[in-house]
Ligand binder design. Structure first.
Ligand SMILES: Nc1ncnc2c1ncn2[C@@H]1O[C@H](COP(=O)(O)OP(=O)(O)OP(=O)(O)O)[C@@H](O)[C@H]1O
Ligand SMILES: [Mg+2]
Length: 261
């Protein structure tokens, strides 16, 4: 459904932050993209959704095929109309608009009028949003804003939903709600690309995962394979020494371990 091949991205025409990234999302799958701060995860998502240019970024190599169509160098609005919806890092809701205005903004790209039914479904799922439908969204709690942001993307009826760190800054019981919602969306047949720092949460949801470091994919495998990988456990899943070695370069670490043994 989505296939990225050999993607290179530079910012300001000089800083090369993606260096030959390839990954794929198959129909109905949840795919996790994991990695430390600055690895290039958000940049990868910007390339998919056509938002590189507004961040002074540009793809210098590679292709991004979505259902057989090239996404690179297309306008963001066109990409949304192909069925790609994104929830950006940091819950980008419209704080000054009401909850309901935020939700109907999600229906903007749809050609049919069916969204009223979905709006109703959102309110049934999250009664808080129904109660506050006429209030400014900026006054919602962090968790409520995240539910609103995901609901807004869902209302656009995407084929592919892209989530950039949906668990960031949320309390554990709210993360459970986010996880439930992501599962429910997948059950409707939507494919999901999930960027997370919370590897445990992401691998619990995902079918397949990629680890990105320094603009490259350094490891990939099924969620079970990654969960069973000693280094993933140590660096990403809070195993022994995870605190101390927090997110050091897995690749470099493996090379050194091979050399020592
Ligand atoms: N607009 C920009 N101009 C220049 N450099 C940028 C820009 N946006 C991001 N970068 C740089 O590109 C690299 C990758 O950033 P990116 O935001 O893609 O990482 P990330 O994996 O999403 O990190 P995080 O987990 O912190 O969100 C970083 O070194 C970052 O400083
Ligand atoms: Mg990011």
């Amino acid at each position: 459904m989505l296939e990225i091949a050999n993607l290179e991205v530079v910012y300001h025409s000089v800083v090369r932050v993606l260096r030959g990234v390839s990954l794929r999302v198959d129909e109905g799958q949840i795919v996790a993209l994991l990695g430390p701060n600055g690895a290039g995860k958000t940049t990868t998502l910007r390339a998919i959704t056509g938002l590189l240019a507004i961040h002074t970024g540009r793809a210098t190599k590679g292709t991004i095929q979505f259902q057989g169509q090239e996404l690179l160098r297309q306008a963001p609005e066109w990409i949304v109309r192909q069925g790609v919806a994104q929830v950006m890092e940091g819950r980008r809701i419209f704080g000054e608009l009401t909850v309901e205005e935020n939700l109907t903004a999600g229906a903007y790209s749809r050609s049919d009028r069916g969204w009223k039914q979905e709006l109703q479904q959102v309110y049934e799922r999250f009664p808080v949003l129904a109660e506050r439908r006429q209030q400014q969204a900026g006054y919602l709690s962090g968790g409520e804003q995240q539910m609103l942001a995901i609901s807004r993307a869902w209302i656009s009826k995407p084929r592919l939903l892209i989530l950039d760190e949906p668990s960031l800054g949320l309390a554990p019981q709210i993360i459970v709600q986010v996880v439930d919602m992501i599962r429910a969306i997948q059950a409707e047949g939507v494919s999901i690309l999930l960027v997370e720092q919370n590897a445990a949460m992401a691998l619990q949801l995902a079918d397949y995962g990629y680890i990105m470091e320094n603009g490259k994919i350094v490891l990939d495998g099924t969620a079970e394979e990654l969960q069973g990988d000693r280094d993933i456990q140590e660096f990403y899943l809070g195993g022994e020494g995870a605190e101390r070695r927090n997110y050091r370069d897995i690749k470099r670490y493996r090379r050194r371990r091979r050399w020592l043994s």
